[in-house]
Structure formats: structure tokens, C-alpha cells
Design a protein around this ligand. Structure first.
Ligand SMILES: Cc1ncc(COP(=O)(O)O)c(C=O)c1O
Length: 502
């Protein structure tokens, strides 16, 4: 299995644009050095040309030329349709004894004797950085849309008796919070569980890590939606799971395709109530089909339900798959407070079948011991007083108004480049380019230079993306900021991407 996914894990290459050495040669030299130093290993999959070109900030032709140099010199091989790989047999000229280091500071030397995936973590850092707190980031905090006065009052009140919450305690987390999650999230998302099935985590990311580590072994086949959330895929990759990239259509994951590709897979990670990033709902018949497959094969369905409390146009939120699993045996539900409260609060939970309770509790104990009970008590109280549900209602209303504004502005200002895809829930919409030969990663970078976050949809795909577009968040920004941001995107498109106008 290749170690470097083609879309997600480019490594850092610093260019000296004032140097007499051409950019393609500099890039080729940097990759060659990474191979010689062991940062890249034989068989590693190099990032796709388009991805790395956008990351490094050069034209695709330059990157193409750099890869060409490396192929010619024997450092890498290129297989049409599959991508480029570090050669299993290095060129004769390779001298691994004399590693060319740029500087000899011990702190920057490449360490040896590491876990095979250690360098993968290093590479992930630059490729998976969070969005900046600027329009139109998907999730951030704001004065008017994040919990305010009431939440602060509860925090202050509980902080006065903080010694109640500073002991070693149970790894699954505070009972009061688990009870509230059962009641409140039960009502909002249609989940069915008892408090003992809930393990509090420090967010979905910790839940992904638990599931990948506990439910699967290296080499196991697991279905993933393609496109999907790169930070979740990174955990799969880190755990050496064999990722089966199953396409999605307007009804969500194409289960028939999963069955064709890997009927014997051990599980499936899925965002059924708001596909990440495209935004569609998974239809009831597909959900039933997936549940039946899981039941028949003893496979796990891991449901990432990250922002589905928010549905607009008078439609009720679509219930979770967890609540549809009549056997209660196959679904692991991953929930988070990152979206509805604060991303930096780092609080989430997993809901597991009864058979997994002690396995997950034990894992929390040995991996992280326990969570912060003061924070858990604060959220439990916020829920107990009915404030959480009030906050969700207020968010739904405020977000709907901002979403409508964004849709109107996209129609008025950007229609010559594309349109918003369907989807009536969550915290972002997808603006799909009409001319699919545009490079959305380049648009993303150009927008960022103008102070706008607009994540490219290509970022979420593993291979050549069938959809190019931008992910636009709307919830946490005031009307004038949304207006200014859409106009700015229009300016970027007109000034730099005029040839893709339709
Ligand atoms: C698909 C998806 N799942 C989960 C999360 C939340 O992650 P966490 O709870 O680790 O903050 C996000 C955040 O952007 C997301 O996009």
C-alpha cells in the first residue's frame, strides 16, 4: 500500500526564486534529497502533479518537468492512471551514505529508527492545516452565533467549584453529560442509546482514531466515501487500512459500487446526513442497503454526524443511521460539539454498540486516560437548562438567513462561473464550477491571497476529481462580510480565471 496519498499529503518544498537554478530542477533536487534522507521510501506514492503544483505555488508544467527529471534519472517511476512512485530500485548514482543535508543543525536532521508512518505525520502537518478565521471559513466562532452570555455564566459558576472536577476519574466521561447527550442529541438526531454506550472524547478526530485502531487491523479493507474528510482519511492511512474509495452520487454513497469493489470490507466510514464535502443526504433505501450489508457481514458502519442539526427550508433534520439500526449491533456514531459550540473546546463523543463499551472505555484509559470534567460539566449544565436546544434553534434561523444571502449573491455575482449544488443542511455550500477544466486548488490559493477561505473540492478527492468547486461557509460571518467575500471571489475569478467563464 502506498504511504503518501496523492491528494492529501504533499511535503514542503522551499524554492529560491532568485536562484539561477530553474524551479523544476530545484523541485527535483528537493524530492531527490527526501529520497536520499529516507523521508520518502521506495514505493511511496508521490502527490498528484496538480496538488503539489498548487501547494508549492508553481505551474503544473513546472512540476511536470520536475517529475520528468526524476523519472529520467531513475528516482521515481510514473504509471499512467496510477501516479508517480519512488523507485523500488534506486539509481546506481544514489549514495545513501552521503546524505545531502541543507543545514547540519541537529534539530533539523532527519531522525532514523522511527515508526514507518512517523514521517507521514510530519507531512500531514502542512497539508491538513485548519482554515484561517476569515470569511468564508466553514467553522469558527463569532460574537453572535457561538454560545454567549449563558454559556459564560455557567462556565464561571462551575469554575468556582472546579476542585470537584480535578480528580482522576472514569475514562468514559461524566455521567451527567452522557445522560444529557442521550436525551438531547437523542431528540435532535434520533439516536437510540443508553448513557453507558457513550464515551466522551476530545472531538471527532479522537473518535476516528479510536475506531480505526480498535475495529480494524492493518491491511483490512474499509469503504470510504470519495470525496471525504481528509483529516479522517489521514487516520486510516496512518493505521495502514486498505482504503476502498467508493463514489457518491445524488443519493449518497453508491452501496452497489462498494459491494462490487470490496464486498468483504470490514467497515464503512460515512457522512449520511450531510455528505462531506458535497452536501447531499444519503437516501433511505441506500441506508437500509448499507445496514443490511453490515448486518449480513458483521461489518461496522462508522457514522460521522458532524453538523446535521442544521437543516433549512422548513425541513426537519434527517435522522441518523444509528437510530435506524434495529439490531443495535453494527453502527458506531461519532458526534462532536465542534460545530454547534466551539471547535477549540475539543469535546465530542462516540456511541458504541453494547458489545464494544468496555473496549472503547479501556482504549480511552490507555491512550488518553480521561477527559476534562469541568468542560463536560459545563456542557451538561448548558444542555440540562434547555439552552443547547435553544442555541441550535437560534443557529438554524441565523444560518438560514445567511445561507439564503450567500445563494442569492452567488447567483448574482458568480453565475458565469458556476452554481451552488443542492443540499439544504449544514454549515457550508458547494459552489460547483461549470467549466470543469479549471483548477480549483489554484482558485483556492488565489482566494486566500485575497483574504478569503474557499476550500477546493479537489482537496477531498483521492483521484482525479469529477467535480471541481469551492466549499463556502456562511454561518459565522455577518451579511456585509459575506457580500464582500463573494465580490472578492468574483474579482479573483475575473482577474485570474477569466478563460473559464461560461
Ligand atoms: C466531516 C467532518 N467530521 C467531523 C468534523 C469535526 O471534527 P472535530 O470534532 O475533531 O473538531 C469536521 C470538522 O470540520 C468535519 O468536516
Amino acid at each position: 500500500m502506498p504511504r503518501v496519498a496523492s491528494t492529501v499529503f504533499p511535503f514542503e518544498i522551499r524554492l529560491d526564486r532568485s536562484s539561477a537554478v530553474t524551479l523544476d530542477r530545484q523541485i527535483a533536487d528537493a524530492i531527490r534529497s527526501a529520497i536520499l534522507s529516507g523521508e520518502l521510501l521506495p514505493g511511496d506514492h508521490l502527490p498528484a502533479i496538480r496538488t503539489l503544483a498548487a501547494q508549492v505555488g508553481v505551474a503544473r508544467a513546472t512540476l511536470d518537468a520536475a517529475y520528468g527529471i526524476l523519472v529520467q534519472e531513475g528516482w521515481i517511476t510514473a504509471t499512467p492512471g496510477r501516479g508517480s512512485f519512488v523507485s523500488r530500485v534506486p539509481p546506481k548514482s544514489a549514495n545513501f551514505e552521503k546524505v545531502p543535508t541543507i543545514d547540519h543543525d541537529p534539530a533539523t536532521m532527519v531522525p532514523k529508527n522511527l515508526n514507518h508512518e512517523a514521517h507521514f505525520c510530519e507531512r500531514s502537518l502542512s497539508a491538513l492545516l485548519p482554515q484561517k478565521n476569515i470569511p468564508l471559513a466553514v467553522v469558527t466562532t463569532s460574537d453572535d452565533m457561538s454560545p454567549g452570555r449563558n454559556f459564560r455564566a455557567i462556565t464561571a459558576r462551575l469554575a468556582k467549584r472546579n476542585t470537584d472536577f480535578l480528580m482522576y476519574t472514569m475514562p468514559e466521561g461524566l455521567l451527567e453529560l452522557r445522560e444529557q447527550i442521550c436525551k438531547v442529541i437523542g431528540r435532535l438526531r434520533g439516536i437510540k442509546c443508553t448513557p453507558d454506550q457513550i464515551i466522551i472524547t476530545s472531538g471527532s478526530q479522537a473518535g476516528f482514531a479510536m475506531c480505526m485502531r480498535l475495529l480494524f487491523n492493518p491491511g483490512d479493507k474499509v469503504w470510504f466515501e470519495d470525496p471525504s474528510y481528509p483529516l479522517m482519511r489521514a487516520v486510516a492511512h496512518f493505521n495502514r487500512i486498505q482504503e476502498i474509495n467508493v463514489p457518491v452520487d445524488e443519493h449518497g454513497l453508491v452501496v452497489d459500487e462498494g459491494l462490487r469493489m470490496a464486498p468483504d470490507a470490514k467497515g464503512c466510514f460515512i457522512t449520511p446526513s450531510h455528505q462531506c464535502p458535497l452536501g447531499m443526504l444519503m437516501s433511505m433505501s441506500r441506508r437500509r442497503q448499507l445496514l443490511q450489508w453490515a448486518k449480513d457481514n458483521g461489518a461496522w458502519i462508522i457514522e460521522d454526524d458532524y453538523d446535521s442539526e442544521l437543516r433549512y427550508g422548513g425541513n426537519l433534520p434527517f435522522p441518523s443511521i444509528q437510530g435506524m439500526d434495529t439490531t443495535g449491533a453494527n453502527v458506531i456514531y461519532i458526534g462532536t460539539f465542534s460545530k454547534m459550540l466551539f471547535p477549540g473546546y475539543r469535546l465530542g463523543y462516540v456511541i458504541v454498540p453494547k458489545s464494544l463499551i468496555n473496549i472503547f472505555r479501556g482504549y480511552r484509559l490507555i491512550s488518553d486516560r480521561q477527559g476534562n470534567e469541568l468542560k463536560q460539566a459545563t456542557v451538561a449544565e448548558y444542555m440540562r437548562e434547555g439552552l443547547y436546544e435553544g442555541h441550535v434553534r437560534r443557529m438554524r434561523q441565523g444560518f438560514e438567513e445567511r445561507r439564503n444571502l450567500l445563494l442569492k449573491l452567488c447567483r448574482e455575482e458568480l453565475s458565469e462561473w458556476g452554481e451552488i449544488m443542492s443540499g439544504d443542511q449544514g454549515m457550508h455550500v458547494v459552489f460547483k464550477f461549470a467549466n470543469q477544466s479549471i483548477d480549483d486548488l489554484q482558485v483556492q490559493n488565489a482566494c486566500l491571497q485575497e483574504g478569503i477561505e474557499a476550500r477546493a473540492i479537489s482537496f477531498f478527492y483521492t483521484e482525479q476529481p469529477p467535480i471541481k468547486g469551492l466549499m463556502l461557509g456562511f454561518g459565522f460571518f455577518k451579511s456585509d462580510q459575506i457580500v464582500a467575500a463573494v465580490r472578492r471571489i468574483g474579482f479573483v475569478l475575473r482577474s485570474k480565471f477569466a478563460r473559464y467563464q461560461v
